[in-house]
Design a protein around this ligand. Structure first.
Ligand code: PXL
Length: 444
């Protein structure tokens, strides 16, 4: 049995279940590390804000850390809401006592409003806690408060990161959710900045800061490098925001379980794509629809962001002795060509998640018309320079038609085979359509 890392969050509670320790523990569970906690403060809170905060005596914080660390092999901890100067000092003392690697999320205020750190606690954090930590993850407001540098753009964020690092922190990550959605990672060991770009995601953000730093801690505890952990944590929180849950009248909490749901969706997509491949290779008539460049069938998970979220056949489906055979296996990231078609179509209709490319001929297009499939096309000759043909062509064909059609064709170009692409909701759906086209062609 491989050993499950045990991580500790030292944080406040949020009675609304959105931020603080509950966000951290859900994140830990979702990533697959064992989460433990030392509670610093009990906040009475909901999605509209913090009503009150009851700080626990420092001794209770100490007892909780002792209880966990004397029994379990804890290497990584993260701190969130530390409330008072006394608690900050206590945490610093106990991080040293147990020689823990620490991620500090310098929480100062709740997303929905309410102070979570007193002003005098900030200087104690600067003097006593930051010099002990491995990573600190301020947002731009927090980075500004710690460094006394006004942050209005990425260069300011970099200067602030370096200034905070000079306080004794090996890695500073200024998260850019309030700026341009990109995170700036500064590592003092080689004096390098890594910018992790992101995009603004629609959805609630209550608990997003806690969730980000908890995910980062979990990935570090699993042994990933700090830059990889920062990348994974960013993706984790993007999914969590996208699937945030609207459960109150205020800011919706992020959903840490979105990560697990995404993995479950990956399984379903692999399964369906595999069955669709069997359907195509099991159909004698289909072989004649395989283009010179071979055929691929692909399916994306819901809310796919890139090619890695799209499954296809790694070596495509080829024609061998008059029969369709799959060369390779179904995997994520296996096709960039068909994947791009789907990703472009998903920009218009999230429910169109699959495509298969088949041989172009006038007969095929006639059959598609006969089957009452909706058709649009693009011409490579019209393609502007410096675009990706699939992104541009598919987008152009969809705009031309007004919505995502069942079929997108193009007549090819120099060195480019003409092609017909079937689009649909799932791999089985498009495979069925391709088989119908193949069988109808037999009748001609
Ligand atoms: O996201 C910062 C944070 C940390 N800890 C607690 C919180 C919040 C934000 O609401 O409530 C307890």
């Amino acid at each position: 049995m491989t050993k499950t890392p045990v991580v500790l969050t030292i944080a406040g509670t949020d009675s609304g279940g959105g931020a603080g320790a509950s966000a951290d523990l859900k994140t830990f569970a979702s990533i697959g590390v064992h989460g433990t906690c030392a509670i610093t403060s009990v906040t009475s809170q909901n999605t509209t804000g913090v009503i009150s905060a009851y700080d626990l005596p420092s001794q209770v914080v100490k007892d909780q850390i002792d209880a966990v660390c004397t029994d379990m092999d804890v290497r990584w901890a993260k701190s969130g809401m530390l409330a008072s100067p006394e608690i900050v000092s206590t945490v610093a003392e106990y991080i040293k006592k147990y020689d823990l690697s620490l991620v500090v999320d310098p929480v100062m205020a709740a997303e929905a409003g309410g102070d979570l750190l007193t002003t005098d606690a900030l200087s104690v954090m600067r003097d006593e806690l930051l010099p002990l930590c491995a990573v600190v993850t301020p947002n731009t407001y927090e980075a500004s408060a710690i460094s006394d540098i006004t942050i209005e753009d990425r260069e300011d964020a970099k200067r602030a990161a370096k200034a905070i690092s000079d306080m004794g922190v090996p890695t500073v990550i200024v998260t850019g959710g309030h700026l341009d959605a990109s995170d700036v990672v500064y590592e003092s060991k080689n004096d390098t900045f890594t910018v992790i770009s992101g995009k603004f995601i629609e959805g609630g953000t209550h608990g997003s800061g806690c969730t980000y730093s908890a995910a980062l801690t979990a990935y570090l505890a699993q042994g990933h490098s700090v830059v990889d952990s920062a990348r994974y944590a960013k993706r984790f929180v993007e999914h969590a925001i996208r699937e945030s849950v609207s459960i109150g009248t205020g800011v919706a909490p992020v959903n840490q379980v979105a990560h697990i749901r995404k993995d479950a969706a990956r399984y379903e997509v692999l399964d369906e794509t595999g069955r669709a491949v069997e359907m195509l290779t099991g159909c004698e008539s289909f072989a004649k629809l395989i283009p010179e460049v071979a055929c691929n069938i692909a399916m994306a998970i819901p809310d796919a962001c890139d090619v890695q979220d799209v499954a296809a056949v790694s070596g495509r489906i080829a024609k061998l002795k008059g029969k369709a055979v799959n060369v390779g296996c179904v995997e994520f990231g296996a096709s960039s060509h068909v994947a791009r078609i789907i990703l472009a179509a998903m920009q218009f209709n999230k429910n169109i998640r699959a495509s298969v490319n088949i041989k172009y001929s006038m007969d095929v297009l006639d059959v598609c018309k006969k089957l009452e499939l909706t058709i649009s096309s693009f011409d490579r000759a019209d393609e502007p320079e410096k675009t990706s043909t699939m992104d541009w062509g598919v987008t152009h064909a969809i705009k031309e038609y007004g919505s995502v059609p069942d079929i997108i064709s193009d007549v090819g170009g120099i060195g480019k085979e003409p092609m017909v692409r079937v689009l649909g909701s799932g791999a089985l759906d498009v495979a069925k359509t391709a088989v119908r086209i193949a069988k109808e062609l037999d009748e001609l």
